[in-house]
Design a protein around this ligand. Structure first.
Ligand code: PHB
Length: 389
């Protein structure tokens, strides 16, 4: 009888080990659906580089589970993103989706809701996005955050007559509207609003129109990925010597492209959540590790991926490895941590990012152009939203 009892206990113990083992083997899948090719391919590459760096630095063992990162290219097409999200959630049993550009993040929203899976929005900067699903949490930024801060700064620093020139899609319309509303309240005037098509933009005729309107300041939003093209055409047309101040959300002087821009961009003032020259020990280490791994400078898009992975890791730790979507989103609400961009948190009401917005000026340091931060606005919430569940 004693032998039998012993054997029983042994089986139980073995069983427990086997279950533990199965748990460790049982992967938690995170599917990133990003634009790695197409017009905004450079944006997706920055994002994925940031996400991969986080995984390399922190390992794949999280709360007793093995985290598996699956990266898919949607080519920047929302139709593709939607199909890939369905495949990842249904076939691969992914527990998290990392979403990219605004149209893609929007197209995934109903699928995330149906699957009750967290959709961590890592690129999109359009305010409305987080309202489209209670499972969306954003780690990127909003155009409203930077445009409102910049409008106040411009009104207080001598800008009176502004031409606004934005890329004609949702984040551009947000930039135009939020800047305009705030700038006019500050006593300024928008003398012309110009929208440039997103696909294959030729900025030259629009820049001519802007110049002909004789503003004192030109406010520009182009998405990261088009900043280099914009700067080239701006300088080729001699706008940097036309006596017009150039300002905009910091996408305009994205660190990813800034190193390749002409010195004519020196003096451009922008507002954004991240600069590669942000002075903190954590950021210095981030920039060094990122450059070592990728051979290029991290831009603001990359921190959306790095912090997106931090959010996923931390939520899993809080749920002890459970992948219940409601528990994970509850764990993410109110989470606060230190990022290479500075202190950040997730607004528990809106599930949106709360972060510092910095005003920066393009300067040359050691032979390279950088965005030097000279004013900080702390813990900025997205001004574009109302509270939601
Ligand atoms: C967006 O998808 O909303 C987006 C992409 C790139 C940017 C800004 C916004 O630079």
């Amino acid at each position: 009888m004693i032998r039998g009892l012993c054997a029983g206990i042994c089986l139980l113990v073995l069983g427990a080990f086997a279950a533990d083992d199965a748990m460790a083997q049982d992967s938690v899948k995170v599917g990133l659906i990003m634009p790695l090719t197409g017009q905004l391919g450079a944006v997706g590459k920055q994002l994925v580089a940031g996400a991969r760096l986080y995984v390399e630095q922190h390992g794949t063992a999280v709360a007793g589970r093995n985290l598996e990162l699956i990266v898919k290219d949607d080519g920047g097409s929302a139709e593709n993103s939607k199909r890939i999200a369905q495949e990842l959630l249904v076939n691969d049993k992914a527990s998290f989706i990392g979403a990219g550009l605004t149209p893609s993040a929007l197209s995934i929203a109903p699928i995330a809701t149906q699957a009750k899976a967290p959709e961590v929005v890592m690129i999109s900067g359009t305010s409305i996005v987080t309202e489209r699903s209670p499972y969306i949490v954003r780690t990127s930024f909003t155009l409203a955050q930077s445009s409102v801060i910049l409008a106040d700064w411009a009104a207080k620093n001598g800008s009176r007559k502004v031409v606004s020139l934005v890329s004609d899609w949702a984040p551009g319309i947000d930039a135009e509207n939020f800047f305009k509303d705030r700038f006019v309240r500050g006593g300024g005037e928008i003398i012309e609003s110009i929208r440039v098509p997103l696909a294959n933009p030729d900025f030259a005729p629009f820049l001519q129109r802007a110049r002909d309107a004789r503003p004192d300041t030109l406010f520009v939003f182009v998405p990261a990925g088009q900043a280099g093209t914009f700067a080239k055409q701006y300088i080729e047309r001699g706008l940097h010597t036309a006596g017009i101040k150039l300002i905009g959300p910091g996408d305009l002087t994205d660190d990813d492209a800034l190193g390749g821009m002409d010195d004519g961009m020196i003096g451009t003032v922008t507002a954004l959540n991240y600069s590669a020259s942000h002075p903190s020990a954590m950021n210095e280490a981030y920039v060094a590790a990122f450059k070592r791994a990728n051979g290029f400078r991290p831009g603001f898009i990359s921190v959306g991926g790095y912090d997106g992975m931090h959010l996923i890791y931390s939520a899993l730790k809080k749920t002890n490895g459970s992948t219940d979507g409601d528990a994970l989103v509850a764990a993410m609400k109110g989470m606060a941590w230190e990022s290479p961009r500075g202190p950040i948190s997730i607004d528990p009401e809106t599930r949106d990012i709360v972060q510092n917005i910095y005003i920066r000026r393009v300067e040359k340091k050691n032979g390279e152009l950088y965005n030097t931060e000279f004013a900080t606005f702390e813990a900025v919430k997205d001004p574009g939203q109302t509270a939601k569940p």
